[in-house]
Design a protein around this ligand. Structure first.
Ligand code: 5GP
Length: 121
């Protein structure tokens, strides 16, 4: 597992060192709007703990953190009415996954048809 870099952008957002347009938060999770939205709704949901990616979070986070994160995602989807029309959740990881920010985050995208999952090069 890659070591966690505490200077990553989302760690700075969590520490309040750089601003973000917050959607909501829970005891263990934070949701904010992506700075470069790829859909009418494009939120990033992150744990407040220091986890590099989905595998790291799933392996090391407490049950409380994991439940908090997923229930928060469910509440966001309900709150933004994403469940009725559908949405996409993406967790990029590492080099092959194209992860830019090495703090685990789930992209929640919706509000319009999103097209195919991957475009082939
Ligand atoms: P990744 O490629 O790591 O899965 O996605 C990182 C996402 O973070 C990108 O969609 C990018 O637009 C977003 N992002 C990068 N820097 C910032 C920032 O400073 N603030 C916010 N709100 N989003 C950011």
């Amino acid at each position: 597992m890659r070591p966690y870099d505490s200077q990553n952008i989302f760690a700075k957002i969590l520490r309040g060192e750089i601003p973000a347009k917050t959607y909501g938060e829970t005891a263990h999770s934070l949701a904010f709007h992506d700075i470069a939205p790829q859909a009418p709704v494009h939120l990033l949901v992150i744990p407040k703990g220091a986890y590099v990616d989905l595998a790291d979070f799933s392996a090391r986070a407490s049950a409380e953190e994991i439940v908090d994160f997923h229930r928060f995602c469910a509440a966001i989807c309900e709150g933004l009415n994403l469940t009725a029309q559908g949405f996409r959740a993406i967790a990029n990881a590492g080099l092959h996954g194209g992860q830019e920010v090495p703090h685990f985050h789930l992209h929640l995208l919706g509000g319009a048809p999103l097209g195919p999952m991957l475009s082939r090069r």
